[in-house]
Design a protein around this ligand. Structure first.
Ligand code: HEC
Length: 253
């Protein structure tokens, strides 16, 4: 009898964990063609700037990007003055001053992106107990990162019949388990692009994902161009050695 109970419990436990795995496994991820994919792929800098605008106006209200400095924005084409302006919108604590006191000052290009909340607890309190994770390395931290983040932002749907969504949660087909504390964030025309690009929800999502991918992998372009140069060099070198070999062996034949 005892054996039977233990056996049943073990089987039930296994069934439950398989079900949990299955729930993670049926995430619906869309495969997007990103400009930086492939050997010759590179970032579209206008898109990165639009993506930064989306982060600044929307995501940055909840999510920090602690690993990025304001001065890094010059890499995507912001001028020095624009970077100063963007940084100065936020305040950071500095000090101590001559009186031994800490004080607030506008952020500088040499500062990290200022986080929206002073600490994790404050972030949780503002978000129903859920913590908005730092987005600096988000596209690296998740499987199929850019595709996943795109699918997550566009994956909100009405729950299927019979599925109970918990209080404060939202049904999302890309999120593991399908219930996420973040509400839908991106809607048509919610930002106005200066470069005239039409701000559909799809475009806004792609732009912000591109920006997040650049943040996580800013060296991608140098890496790719170095790879190409190396290949080119090796091809030339092989040709030269081949010519040399023929020359040397010509005398022998
Ligand atoms: C109102 C606050 C808020 C805003 C604005 C917001 N988020 Fe979130 N986000 C959250 C919270 C809270 C979570 C944690 C959800 C959870 O764990 O259930 C989250 C989680 C995430 C995750 C992690 C999902 C995972 O796999 O763990 C990503 C990626 C994300 N948000 C991207 C974005 C992007 C991109 C934007 C801007 C377009 C954005 N968020 C705007 C509150 C927000």
């Amino acid at each position: 009898m005892r054996k039977f109970i233990i056996g049943t419990l073990a089987a039930a436990g296994m069934a439950a964990s398989t079900a949990a795995l299955a729930a993670g496994g049926d995430q619906q991820i869309t495969d997007v063609d990103w400009s930086w994919e492939g050997i010759f792929g590179s970032y579209d800098h206008a898109q990165l700037r639009r993506g930064f605008q989306v982060y600044r106006e929307i995501c940055g209200n909840c999510h920090s990007m602690n690993l990025i400095y304001y001065r890094n924005l010059q890499q995507i084409g912001l001028t020095e003055d624009q970077v100063k302006e963007v940084a100065a919108e936020k305040e950071v604590e500095d000090g101590p001053n001559d009186d031994g006191e800490m004080f607030m000052r506008p952020a500088l290009p040499s500062d990290h992106f200022v986080a929206p909340f002073p600490n994790d607890q404050a972030a949780r309190v503002a978000n129903n107990g859920a913590l908005p994770p730092d987005l600096s390395l988000m596209t690296k931290a998740r499987l199929k990162g850019p595709d996943y983040v795109y699918s997550l932002m566009t994956g909100y749907q009405d729950p299927p019949e019979g599925v109970e969504v918990a209080e404060g949660m939202n049904y999302n087909v890309a999120f593991p388990g399908h219930q996420i504390a973040m509400a839908p964030q991106i809607f048509d025309e919610m930002v106005t692009y200066e470069d005239g690009t039409q701000a559909t929800a799809d475009q806004i999502t792609k732009d912000v994902v591109a920006f997040l991918n650049w943040a996580a992998e800013p060296e991608l372009e140098q890496r790719k161009s170095m790879g190409l140069k190396t290949m080119l060099f090796l091809i030339v070198l092989t040709a030269m050695f081949f010519a040399l070999k023929r020359r040397i062996w010509a005398a022998v034949h």
